[in-house]
Design a binder for this molecule. Structure first.
Ligand SMILES: [Zn+2]
Length: 67
């Protein structure tokens, strides 16, 4: 049984046999954070925080001159 620990909240995410060879996004069921993981032969090779964490991007409006 494979599991990885969420890099944000530390929750142990159960991967199972389907993730013995997997590369892609993985979402924590507790804090809903999205990570990019790479698993080879049942071992976690790399983990990185996904740049897109579900939050809507902030839109900066250019201020119109007040004249
Ligand atoms: Zn988490």
């Amino acid at each position: 049984m494979n599991n990885v620990h969420c890099m944000f909240c530390g929750h142990a995410i159960d991967l199972g046999d389907a993730y013995n060879d997997y590369e892609g996004p993985l979402r924590c069921s507790v804090c809903k954070s999205l990570m990019m993981v790479r698993v080879e032969q049942g071992h976690l090779r790399s983990m990185a925080a996904s740049p897109q964490v579900g939050a809507a991007p902030k839109v900066q409006r250019s201020q119109s001159p007040t004249t």
